[in-house]
Design a protein around this ligand. Structure first.
Ligand SMILES: Cc1ncc(COP(=O)(O)O)c(C=O)c1O
Ligand SMILES: N[C@@H](CCCC[NH3+])C(=O)O
Length: 423
């Protein structure tokens, strides 16, 4: 194992542990594939943001799309987070997990009227609006309910987040946000709508960002807009700077949240906006390295060109490699210290050539061994599907020596529940 392990994941007595819990035991008790999360690792990641924003009026709204399992939401909400949601479904999860509605922000380019209505009815904190058309529909829906919707407009600062094209969102060619050149007129329009109350400005430039420069550029551009919008007579109560901070998947070196935020806050201070409420929407950086996916080697299949390790987790459980060629480290749960390693492609049982979890990995393993796919806390379970009628995996949350099952494995009956047989 050449790279250090993520926080709270350790090799003890020849076996991987999350906090004080041996992973092999969890796999035997709950079966595989199994997602295991560390509460301490989540709270440690959150603490870096809390330190970075200490002494400021702020609200950290966890972007729950990264991992929306109820218990994970509870951990973050109980630790003081609000939530960033992108659908009516996420709204119901947020409420079920005990998040105060006023600590919820609603992002996303395609909110439906019913979703707007429900969010207004429960009294969410703010809608991050992404187009002029959405603004008008929200205005109409709020007026029909005799309410005013608090809005912040998501601006597209046109900066290159230097990340994978599928997860870059702050460039002109992206579907997200309102173009820099149209921001002012959109704010003027919003301020004149009786069903809307303008409260802030919002920006999110992409995901898995590992450099400081795009953030600094985006902050400069957002603050230029704040000055212009306020000069036009529209006061802004908060600045929502989105999420996007990357994690270490394979030796990546993103800035730490408590190193990044002082630099961004210095920009606010320098421009006289130090008193504004700062909101952020981190997702991946709070949970990504707080989770692993345990999987069993079903078969070894050496071949002429490639050697395959066929494991019981697949692209339906962990779609990031298939979707983005994303790299996840794969480590044996009980490394075989003196065995020679072989180079394998680690693949799942799904009937697709794209169903792989790792390529060309040197591993000393045998049939029946357990592997841990690392950095699986974000955008894995949340993006899981039932392709090939595979049930979604089970999940366990570790806290010290305690392991709590937080989601049962989905059965075939669970999957068929909403379907109807023809007479
Ligand atoms: C509007 C918005 N906020 C927050 C996030 C969370 O991003 P990340 O998980 O990269 O922190 C996303 C996803 O990229 C997003 O689209
Ligand atoms: N799903 C992407 C991140 C998307 C960010 C959503 N705004 C990933 O796994 O990297």
């Amino acid at each position: 194992m050449s790279l250090p392990l993520p926080a709270h994941l350790t090799l003890r007595h020849g076996e991987l542990h999350f906090e004080d819990v041996p992973l092999e035991r969890l796999a035997r008790e709950h079966g595989t594939p199994l997602f295991v999360y560390s509460k301490a690792a989540i709270l440690q990641a959150l603490a870096a943001y809390q330190r970075g924003l200490a002494g400021r009026k702020h609200l950290i709204c966890y972007a729950m799309k990264a991992n929306s399992s109820l218990a994970i939401l509870q951990v973050l909400v109980r630790a003081g987070c609000g939530l960033d949601i992108v659908s009516g479904g996420e709204l119901e999860r947020a409420l079920a997990a005990g998040c105060a509605p006023e600590r919820i922000v609603f992002s996303g380019v395609g909110k439906q009227r019913g979703e707007m209505r429900r969010a207004l009815e429960v009294g969410i904190g703010c809608f991050n609006v992404e187009s002029r058309a959405e603004l008008d529909v929200l205005d109409e829906v709020a007026r029909s309910m005799g309410l005013r919707a608090r809005v912040s407009i998501r601006v597209n600062p046109d900066v290159d987040a230097k990340t994978h094209p599928y997860i870059s969102t702050g460039l002109k060619g992206n579907k997200f946000g309102i173009a820099h050149s149209e921001v002012l007129q959109t704010y003027r329009h919003a301020a004149a709508c009786a069903g809307l109350e303008v409260v802030g400005i919002d920006c999110h430039i992409g995901s898995q960002i590992t450099e400081v420069a795009p953030y600094l550029d985006a902050m400069d551009r957002v603050l230029d807009l704040v000055a212009a919008i306020e000069a036009a007579g529209v006061p802004l109560h908060h600045i929502d700077f989105g999420g996007g901070l990357g994690i270490d998947y394979n030796g990546d070196t993103p800035p730490a949240a408590d190193a990044l935020w002082p630099q961004l806050l210095a920009k606010l201070d320098a421009r006289g906006y130090g008193e504004r409420t700062v909101m952020i929407e981190p997702g991946r950086s709070l949970v990504g390295n707080a989770g692993v996916c345990l999987t069993e080697v079903l078969f070894t299949k050496p071949g002429e060109q490639k050697n395959f390790l066929i494991v019981d987790a697949a692209m339906n459980d962990l779609p990031r490699p298939a979707m983005y060629q994303a790299f996840h480290r794969i480590e044996p749960v009980r490394p075989r210290a003196d065995a020679a390693s072989t180079v394998w492609d680690v693949v799942g049982p799904v009937c697709e050539s794209g169903d792989w979890l790792g390529r060309d990995r040197a591993l000393a393993v045998q049939q029946g061994d357990l592997l841990a796919v690392l950095s699986a806390g974000a955008y894995c379970m949340a993006m899981a599907s039932n392709y090939n009628t595979r049930g979604r995996a089970a999940e366990v949350l570790v806290d010290g020596a305690m392991a709590t099952p937080i989601r049962q494995r989905e059965s075939a009956a669970d999957q068929m529940r909403l379907e109807t047989l023809l007479p």
